[in-house]
Design a protein around this ligand. Structure first.
Ligand code: RP5
Length: 167
């Protein structure tokens, strides 16, 4: 059963949303993924969000742009954590999406990542699940070690070649 549900408002969000999916796949976390527009098909959206708990979903990752109501409406209908991903937009640079997602009323939180923060949404969902999954927690710790090693390697390279030759 999928533990994480990824939903996006449009297929134009896919390049960002796929980064969340890639991370979950890397961690071996089952997820479902779909495209639903809360504005263009509210009935379908309502049914999907209402049914998520029964489907076994523990965390929803919802990405949307512009008047980005999808994550907030997920949070209104789903009783467990919702992570919002604000999409970068052509007119307002994604600040429109960000404000729409983070400015939730008291009682109905959405945890927002950065504009276009697809990978961080996947990581945060994994961290939420890891609070009750020791094996997953080990995988996340190993992932952090890999990140650290890669920065250490970059610093070593800079020492060796100097900044003018650093590529
Ligand atoms: C939102 O409107 C979507 O999440 C997308 O980011 C934005 C634009 O959608 P399209 O016009 O590309 O379908 O609902």
């Amino acid at each position: 059963m999928a533990k994480v549900a990824i939903v996006m408002g449009s297929d134009s969000d896919m390049p960002v949303m796929s980064k969340a999916a890639d991370f979950l796949e890397e961690m071996g976390i089952d997820f479902e993924m779909t495209i639903i527009s809360a504005h263009r098909e509210p009935d379908i959206f309502f049914e999907w969000a209402k049914g998520a708990e029964e489907r076994g979903v523990k965390v929803i990752i919802a990405g949307a742009g512009k008047a980005a109501h999808l994550p907030g409406m997920c949070a209104a209908l789903f009783p467990m954590p919702v992570i919002g991903i604000p999409m970068k937009t052509s007119d307002l640079g994604g600040v429109d999406s960000l404000y729409s997602i983070v400015q939730m009323p008291s009682g109905v939180p959405v945890a927002s990542v950065a504009i276009n923060g697809g990978q961080n949404a996947g990581i945060l969902a994994a961290q939420i699940l890891a609070s009750s999954d020791a094996e997953l927690l080990q995988k996340l710790k190993a992932y952090r070690e890999t990140m650290k090693d890669s920065v250490v390697e970059k610093a070593k390279k800079l020492d060796q070649v100097g900044y003018k030759n650093y590529k």
